[in-house]
Ligand binder design. Sequence first.
Ligand SMILES: *Cc1c(COP(=O)(O)O)cnc(C)c1O
Length: 225
Amino acid sequence: MHIKFSSMSIAENIQNINAEIPEHVTLVAVSKTKPISDITEAYEGGQRVFGENKIQEMASKFEELPKDIQWHMIGHVQTNKIKYMAPFVSLVHGVDREKVLKELNKQAVKNERIIDCLLQVHIAKEDTKFGFDEDELIELTERLDSYSNIKVVGLMGMATNTNDKTQIKQEFEGLHTAFQALRKKLGEDFDTISMGMSGDYHLAIEVGSNMIRVGSSIFGARNYA
Ligand SMILES: *Cc1c(COP(=O)(O)O)cnc(C)c1O
């Protein structure tokens, strides 16, 4: 479905993607399940932003790798593990319930940091995906001031896993509309819209994404043993 750069190196795949996306779009290299050696190769090719979906895997990679890497937590967050990422995580994409926000704030206070995060919006027509619906989102943004050490900088969403481009586009457009409405309310620092993966990032950028999360088009298919 999407272009595979299988015969090319990880660094070349990153170069190719960066060459085709606009400058204002941040590429998050999704390295979940991939070994340190693959991340090092990407790092040596200039990549500094990496995404993981398991907190402990991200924490152990953080320990081993250069400290100028920005680690993004892109997966469903288990609240009892937040403490392991609170000292270093650079952006949490998957804030999908208020309990996560509460615990994230508590751990941010402990670490004397402000933690940036994105609210995950449920845009897919699949029950298996996580996120707030629009009413919950609006209601929640009324209360953000009570989280002293959290900065909500935008929204994140995942489209339905389908080949129907019209449907994916509609879902992305819904997220973009919600993003613009909230930006009016929350101000200019609310500036990040994380949407688009290997199979749909071109479409996502067309619809206004400025952060894409790309795994398999960089590192190859994942092997879940
Ligand atoms: C795994 C994952 C990605 C990357 O998926 P690819 O199709 O390999 O690019 C993006 N976003 C989230 C939330 C993921 O879990």
